[in-house]
Design a protein around this ligand. Structure first.
Ligand SMILES: CC(C)(COP(=O)(O)OP(=O)(O)OC[C@H]1O[C@@H](n2cnc3c(N)ncnc32)[C@H](O)[C@@H]1OP(=O)(O)O)[C@@H](O)C(=O)NCCC(=O)NCCS
Length: 176
């Protein structure tokens, strides 16, 4: 997967390279808000440790080997600043194939990186995986990701729904 911008690299997860960065995203003051904006319930959020971040990256690698998920770490300025992933199986009631993104390092938000990476992953799903409908979901009150997804061509897929944690989600989909 390659973006049009040579300064934004998308690389498969690498535990040694990525764990220190992932840890730094969640250990800074904004880390908790990032996890909440992604749809983690307050009571589910645990302290981020080297062990927990290693386990998450391990899962990404294993899921890719099992062809259940494709994960690419977003690298800018030699730093891992976020992650984009394509789920090829149903997860949290989201129909596959679905796409998700997080710019974990807040210093790199609002610079067009999220949009460029999402467009690259959508093109990959269309041209390489030959997918014609892409699904996703976001918290109904996450205006930034709602704007981002709308600008990429996603449409609302039904009415908002509330999960067992009381979080309100909007399902979205796009025909490519
Ligand atoms: C949501 C997120 C992926 C967007 O990535 P980004 O690199 O910050 O966004 P971009 O700079 O590429 O902007 C893309 C679009 O998002 C919207 N957007 C970005 N920043 C915004 C802001 N502060 N307010 C409202 N809309 C905003 C705009 O529509 C923008 O498109 P435009 O510039 O053509 O108008 C990123 O901010 C993020 O990961 N945030 C925290 C976690 C999260 O909410 N993830 C999504 C969970 S589903």
């Amino acid at each position: 997967m390659r973006t049009d911008d040579p300064t934004i690299l998308l690389l498969p997860p690498d535990i040694d390279r990525d764990v220190p960065f992932a840890l730094s995203w969640f250990q800074r003051p904004e880390g908790h808000a990032t996890l909440l904006s992604m749809g983690n319930a307050e009571h589910e959020i645990e302290l981020s440790t080297i062990e927990s971040e290693t386990a998450i990256l391990h899962d990404f690698i294993e899921l890719e080997e099992q062809r259940k998920q494709i994960t690419r770490m977003i690298i800018v300025d030699h730093k891992t600043i976020g992650v984009v992933w394509i789920e090829l199986q149903e997860h949290h009631n989201v129909q596959p194939p679905s796409i998700h993104i997080m710019i974990g390092n807040p210093d790199y938000r609002g610079k067009g990186i999220g949009k460029s990476v999402m467009q690259t992953a959508i093109n990959y799903m269309k041209n390489t995986l030959h997918i014609d409908t892409i699904y996703s979901r976001h918290l109904a009150n996450n205006a930034i990701v709602a704007n981002l997804n709308q600008s990429l061509g996603f449409k609302k897929d039904g009415s908002p729904y509330t999960d067992s944690n009381g979080l309100v989600w909007q399902s979205i989909k796009m025909n490519v």
